[in-house]
Write a protein that binds this ligand. Structure first.
Ligand SMILES: NC(=O)C1=CN([C@@H]2O[C@H](COP(=O)(O)OP(=O)(O)OC[C@H]3O[C@@H](n4cnc5c(N)ncnc54)[C@H](OP(=O)(O)O)[C@@H]3O)[C@@H](O)[C@H]2O)C=CC1
Ligand SMILES: CC(=O)C(=O)O
Ligand SMILES: [Mg+2]
Length: 598
């Protein structure tokens, strides 16, 4: 990929002359711009004959790509089309996403990315990112060195043990870091060449995968214990040796026994965060802050009951405690307002299993209870938060109880993908007489209730991690403390307008998400300077302007110096692409001999 380095040696928007030529230029997804190459570019780069003679602007190509994706009925096929596009024409992929974010986010991200991971053996075509296996232990740095890009600023990595709510998918989990990093670019404008997805392959305990002939990973049980820890340790060191000490390292979808302890172990040693713990905490606290405007109850006046007491639950609960302390509560009083329920029931200090260490802050000295509905009856929460991976666990009778005890019950069904959500948006409204304040991890279609339509929001960490990452990368921060996520939460909550709340949305609409990410990045960057985490000096005078100057440019670049005169794109009246697609192309289609463009 040496040619990509040349590409980055651009000055302004014009490429220096040592540009790769011919078919290699077209084969590089970073350089390719399809039929948008001008005649002069085609001549200068040796592309004539390698492209159809017609010209299509980037906008026209976006239209064609959109029509092509929408032709597919199955979401997995749409996903495949988009991945293929990313692999052949990166700018077209990101500009298509940019213009259709609400439509395609559920394809490149949850829920479809979950299905893609489950089918990864079938759809795997070419490597995107690095696969590093436990057999590479002792040589991890050498493997990382094989990655052709030098300017990597952010790595998202998983060992595939807890992929969304789908469990252990081993090497099939690679779809997640790939998807998350696509959002780095699509939602926060982080340059794609600065992003590296990595799958740490230590085996899988998923028996089905071990017997799956399509499986692409190591075909043995997970390596655990000391050897696994040493491997992860070596990996962390190798990343910063290769790309520098401030490389952002995002843990994603590690299983509960590893997620929290790695965060503790590395949080102050590396520029790292755990998205499932901290990113999720931030987006949910933002949603809770927005909810206070509906319920008229401060965070510290709520009672929280979690179904699930794992990474996400504890991350959210701990940040909620910080937010309640901000409102003046003591830490103990804040914790007392939070109840959790895991696979063994209510986290009661009196139960025979005791309270698991990862959730020890939230154990309660009360009678053990293993029936969740009874627990709702006893605790009488104002806010029910699902991060259990159990689809439909908030049954109609549980939702009705929430409606009985609260004027405006808060119901968050955060588990992903959609079929793991604790309840649907429609069920939440139907069973609370339309009074609930709802959000979910994966998107739901609009809800109809009592003649009104509600558009519930997506309580998903995708509102947070791209912006945080941009702020961290742009300031080259050396650590990411917890308060960064509280800052992000407050910034996000401020974006929620009364008009959003009125239609049942606790988050700004997705079409605003880039603006949100930029604001989060700006606040994170300010905080990074305030707390001496930043290492880029002098501090930029205008943070938003500084951040904007670093963003990925979606527009195709010009590959020839300015002194070349560009021909105009043919400006013939043709049918719109949508129109053309629905009928048959006629003679109004563009067809001009090359000579006319001179
Ligand atoms: N919306 C968002 O942005 C995010 C959503 N999530 C989603 O949240 C879910 C959980 O993620 P995470 O916390 O990381 O996973 P963990 O594995 O860390 O936690 C899962 C928790 O659910 C509990 N649980 C499992 N089965 C049951 C059951 N039948 N009854 C009660 N509790 C049960 C587990 O209990 P035990 O430990 O005892 O087995 C554990 O406490 C996933 O679906 C994930 O996709 C995660 C991150 C972000
Ligand atoms: C959204 C996310 O990070 C998860 O479900 O794991
Ligand atoms: Mg995750």
């Amino acid at each position: 990929m040496q040619q990509c380095r040349n590409f980055h040696e651009v000055t302004g928007n014009v490429i220096v002359p040592n540009m790769v030529r011919g078919i290699d230029h077209l084969k590089d997804p970073r350089l390719n711009k399809g039929l948008a190459f001008t005649l002069e570019e085609r001549q200068a780069l040796g592309l004539q004959g390698l492209l159809a003679t017609n010209f299509k602007t980037q906008e026209q190509q976006i239209d064609i790509a959109r029509i092509s994706v929408d032709r597919y009925k199955s979401d997995l096929n749409k996903y495949l089309y988009l991945v293929e596009l990313q692999d052949t024409n990166e700018r077209l992929f990101f500009s298509l996403l940019d213009q259709n974010i609400e439509k395609y986010l559920p394809i490149v991200y949850t829920p479809t990315v979950g299905l893609a991971c489950q089918r990864f053996g079938l759809i795997y075509r070419r490597a995107r990112g690095l696969f590093i296996s436990i057999n590479d232990k002792g040589y991890v740095y050498n493997i990382i060195r094989n990655w052709p890009e030098h300017d990597v600023r952010a790595i998202v990595f998983t060992d595939g043990e807890r992929i969304l709510g789908l469990g252990d998918l081993g090497a099939y989990g690679m779809g997640i870091p790939v998807g998350k990093l696509s959002l780095y670019t699509a939602l926060a404008g982080i340059k794609p060449h600065q992003c590296l997805p990595i799958l740490l392959d230590v085996g899988t305990d998923n028996e089905t995968l071990l017997e799956d002939p399509l499986y692409i990973g190591l075909r043995h049980k997970r390596v655990r214990g000391e050897k696994y820890d040493e491997f992860v340790d070596e990996f962390m060191k190798a990343c910063i040796t290769r790309f520098g000490p401030n490389t952002l390292l995002q843990f994603e979808d590690f299983a509960l026994p590893n997620a929290g302890r790695f965060l503790k172990k590395y949080q102050e040693k590396y520029c790292t965060f755990n998205d499932d713990i901290q990113g999720t905490a931030s987006v949910v606290v933002a949603g809770l802050m927005a909810a206070t405007r509906i319920t008229k109850k401060k965070l510290s006046e709520n009672i929280y009951l979690y179904l699930g007491a794992g990474s996400a639950a504890n991350g959210i609960a701990n940040l909620t405690v910080l937010a309640m302390m901000d409102e003046g509560l003591s830490e103990k009083d804040a914790r007392d307002r939070i109840f959790m329920f895991d696979v063994d029931g209510l986290l009661s200090t009196r139960r025979s299993q005791g309270v698991p260490k990862h959730a020890e802050n939230f154990g309660k000295d009360m009678e053990p209870e293993t029936d969740f509905e009874r627990c709702v009856e006893i605790v009488k929460p104002t806010c029910l938060i699902g991060c259990s991976t159990i689809g439909g666990a908030f049954t109609p009778s549980i939702l009705k109880l929430m409606g009985k005890h609260n004027q405006r019950p808060i119901i968050f069904a955060l588990s992903n993908p959609t079929n793991k959500a604790e309840c649907t948006a429609q069920a939440a409204y139907d069973n609370t007489e339309g009074r609930c304040v709802f959000s979910s991890g994966s998107p739901f279609p609009p809800v109809s209730y009592d003649g009104k339509e509600y558009h519930t929001g997506q309580g998903n960490n995708s509102y947070i991690f791209p912006g945080v990452a941009l702020g961290v990368i742009a300031t080259s921060a050396h650590h990411i403390p917890d308060y960064i996520f509280l800052t992000a939460a407050k910034t996000l909550a401020e974006f929620v307008h009364e008009s959003d709340l009125k239609i049942g949305r606790l988050y700004p609409p997705l079409k605003q998400i880039k603006e949100v990410s930029l604001s989060i990045a700006s606040e994170v960057a300010e905080m990074a300077y305030k707390k001496d985490l930043a290492t880029v000096y002098p501090k930029p005078k205008d943070m938003q302007l500084y951040l904007k100057s670093h963003l990925y440019q979606l527009k195709y670049p010009d590959y020839l110096p300015k002194f070349y005169k560009y021909p105009d794109m043919p400006n013939i009246k043709v049918k719109s692409f949508d129109e053309a697609y629905s009928g048959i192309m006629t003679s109004t289609d563009i067809h001009r001999p090359l000579g006319k463009h001179k």
